[in-house]
Ligand binder design. Structure first.
Ligand code: ATP
Ligand code: MG
Length: 296
């Protein structure tokens, strides 16, 4: 599956702005990005629901429309479709019947954690249950590629865990999975590869580990205890500064140099030195890190 130089505009908005991305068979990839980064637009183009303004999208060596028509792709979209007044089992049986090599309805129910709800009408489900039905619908055609746009958004902790277990089981059968999320830990835990999307482009691409390494860094934090924050960002080894209440958080490329400089200034109260988390890496990659130099 490949995007090359793909652009999608909505009037003046460049929702996807020159996307180059290739995902290989068998991979589980996470699209990670802030609200409005371009994840859903990317997914809609991959599914042939939205034509690119320019550039190309290829899927299984053909167009997205061809791959979808051949039953190779299952999708769970962000905006739920209106739900008909049939039972969960009836809905799945109908969807399965539209595919050339569907999954047994029983298996789709099982994988989506709907074991007990097969006989329930789909318009009488909770939000999280309805979301599981949409997952089962995505599985019904037994697709080689599963595309999931924020699949865990309405799920409680337990349902979320169960969902990822099912997803990974499906991926282990040799299938390809692409999912979008804002949940960094989920991306790190459940994908082999994380593609960070920012302003319609790839901002970073690699394993969770590689992304953390690339952004690098260590967080050094200490209590200002009334000291001014001016000049901290210019200290040796510091790449950015954030002030949270009375605490200064310094993102550092060379934390040893930074800690020495802080010690020289007597700024060591509550000092902590920790490796940057994936969340820190993400924020710095998407430019959302707030640099509040001189905010005090
Ligand atoms: N139908 C539309 N008409 C106009 N602008 C749109 C439309 N759909 C999306 N956009 C804009 O395109 C950009 C990308 O939107 P998109 O839905 O792809 O983001 P996203 O990464 O999925 O965000 P979220 O995390 O909120 O779901 C945003 O600036 C959004 O406002
Ligand atoms: Mg979206």
């Amino acid at each position: 599956m490949a995007f090359s130089g793909t652009v999608r505009t909505y009037g003046a908005v460049r929702a996807v702005d020159g996307l180059d991305l290739e995902i290989r068979r068998g991979e589980t990839a996470a699209l990670l990005g802030r609200n409005g980064a371009g994840k859903s637009t990317t997914i809609s183009m991959l599914l042939g629901l939205l034509p690119p303004t320019s550039g190309t999208v290829r899927l299984f060596g053909g167009t997205p429309e061809e791959a979808v028509r051949a039953g190779k792709v299952g999708a769970m979209l962000q905006d739920g479709k209106p739900i008909p007044r049939v039972t969960v089992r009836e809905l799945l049986a109908f969807v399965a019947s539209t595919y050339p090599r569907p999954m047994a309805v029983r298996d789709a129910l099982e994988l989506a954690g709907l074991g007990e709800l097969g006989g329930r009408r789909v318009d009488r489900l909770s939000g999280g249950q309805a979301q599981r039905v949409r997952f089962a619908v995505a599985l019904a055609g037994n697709p080689e590629l599963l595309v999931l746009d924020e699949p865990t958004a309405a799920l409680d902790v337990e349902a979320r865990r169960a969902f990822w277990r099912s997803m990974r089981a499906y991926a282990r059968r040799g299938n390809t999975v692409l999912f979008s999320t804002h949940y960094l830990e989920e991306a790190d835990d459940n994908a082999d590869r994380i593609v960070v999307i920012d302003r319609g482009r790839v901002a970073a691409d690699g394993s969770g580990e590689a992304i953390k390494r690339a952004v690098g860094g260590t967080l050094v934090a200490f209590d200002l205890a009334g000291a001014p924050s001016e000049g901290l960002v210019e200290l040796p080894g510091v790449t950015s500064l954030e002030i949270r209440g009375d605490r200064a958080l310094l993102r550092c490329a060379d934390s040893d140099a930074t800690v020495l400089a802080l010690a020289e200034r007597g700024l060591v109260r509550g000092l902590s030195v920790t490796p940057a988390s994936l969340e820190d890496a993400f924020l710095s990659l998407t430019g959302a890190a707030t640099i509040l130099e001189g905010a005090r």
